[in-house]
Design a protein around this ligand. Structure first.
Ligand code: HEM
Ligand SMILES: *[C@@H]1O[C@H](CO)[C@@H](O)[C@H](O)[C@H]1NC(C)=O
Ligand SMILES: *[C@@H]1O[C@H](CO)[C@@H](O)[C@H](O)[C@H]1NC(C)=O
Ligand SMILES: *[C@@H]1O[C@H](CO)[C@@H](O)[C@H](O)[C@H]1NC(C)=O
Ligand SMILES: *[C@@H]1O[C@H](CO)[C@@H](O)[C@H](O)[C@H]1NC(C)=O
Length: 250
């Protein structure tokens, strides 16, 4: 399932969503994975319990983080008062999906901010200079993507919420996929995730023993901002238009 969130695609969909349990049961999404029988309509109708379950089982993300992410996710469902979302919903531009992504082109440039884009990803990847990716490298990569987007996309926009999601996404690959204790992530795991849109189990990654909390997310976001000497406010000045006034609560 093609999704703007590679991890949502990797964890929420196949095998995990309906409670089959273990990561070992997880199978890679291959062509048209709706046919694989894990879900009747792959990537659709994802509910709160599915999200809490899948993110907990696959990534040791706690219930508060999963519940808050779910709360954001359902805002992408155009139905009023939705209680579920689809992976397709997540790709709606300027709800959560934002410009200056790490591996997707800006919506205004290609009309497709959902598919993996090699050019964009190669820019990001050029900042991952060592075998273990540091907070500094992740923050530099993110800032470079902002700068490039602003220079090349006349319709560039970044909401406050989009900016916080952007920082949170860097935290996600560093601290959830990687190691929160050392504040690094093995580059081979991160590259595998982005390039294959699957958890990097087959190259030696294991679910962290550390329960990832909302506080971890907030601290991580601050570290990303701090590493480039930017505050959330300074990153905000880098946007041309405010789309949504929403804000992660911290
Ligand atoms: C219900 C849970 C989740 C929701 C609703 C969600 C939503 C999103 C959305 C909307 C995007 C697109 C942002 C953009 O425009 O670039 C995104 C990207 C991303 N997500 Fe998720 N996400 C979830 C869980 C996760 C988890 C658990 C991780 C990692 C452990 C993760 C890692 C990422 C990364 C690294 C990106 C950046 C992709 C890029 O910039 O190319 N997400 N997510
Ligand atoms: C979540 O609840 C729905 C019913 O509302 C159920 O069909 C589904 O199996 C549950 N998911 C999990 C992971 O337990
Ligand atoms: C959505 O919820 C609001 C507030 O509870 C309610 O007033 C409204 O009628 C609901 N809309 C639908 C379509 O259910
Ligand atoms: C990938 O993104 C770049 C930069 O935005 C863009 O010029 C290029 O057309 C995109 N490639 C594809 C295949 O869409
Ligand atoms: C970020 O920088 C601010 C200001 O220097 C500092 O107070 C804060 O502790 C830093 N946060 C983290 C998580 O490093």
């Amino acid at each position: 399932m093609r999704s703007t969130c590679l991890v949502a695609a990797a964890t929420l969909v196949v095998g995990l969503v309906r409670g089959q349990g273990a990561v070992e049961d997880w199978h890679p999404p291959t062509t048209g994975d709706a046919n694989h029988g894990y879900l009747p309509h792959t990537g659709k109708g994802i509910q709160l319990n599915d999200t809490v379950h899948a993110l907990g089982v696959a990534l040791n993300i706690d219930e508060e983080v999963a519940t808050n992410l779910f709360g954001f996710a359902i805002t992408t469902n155009p139905e009023p008062n939705a209680t579920e979302f689809s992976l397709e919903n997540l790709g709606r531009h300027n709800v959560l999906e934002h410009d200056a992504s790490l591996s997707r082109a800006d919506f205004a440039i290609t009309g497709d901010s959902v598919s993996f884009n090699r050019t964009v990803y190669d820019e990001t990847r050029s900042y991952w200079k060592t075998d273990t990716i540091t907070v500094q490298q992740a923050a530099d990569a993110r800032l470079a993507r902002y700068t490039t987007s602003q220079a090349t996309n006349p319709d560039y926009s970044m909401s406050s919420l989009g900016d916080q999601f952007s920082a949170g996404e860097s935290v996600a690959y560093l601290f959830i996929l990687g190691d929160i204790a050392t504040q690094t992530a093995p580059r081979k795991f991160v590259e595998y995730l982005f390039e294959n849109e699957k958890l990097p189990t087959e190259v030696g990654w294991k679910r962290s023993d550390h329960v990832f909390t909302w506080e971890n997310l907030q601290t991580g976001i601050q570290m990303i901002y701090n590493a480039t000497g930017t505050t959330a406010e300074a990153m905000q000045k880098m946007r041309r238009r405010e789309i949504h006034g929403g804000s992660l609560r911290y």
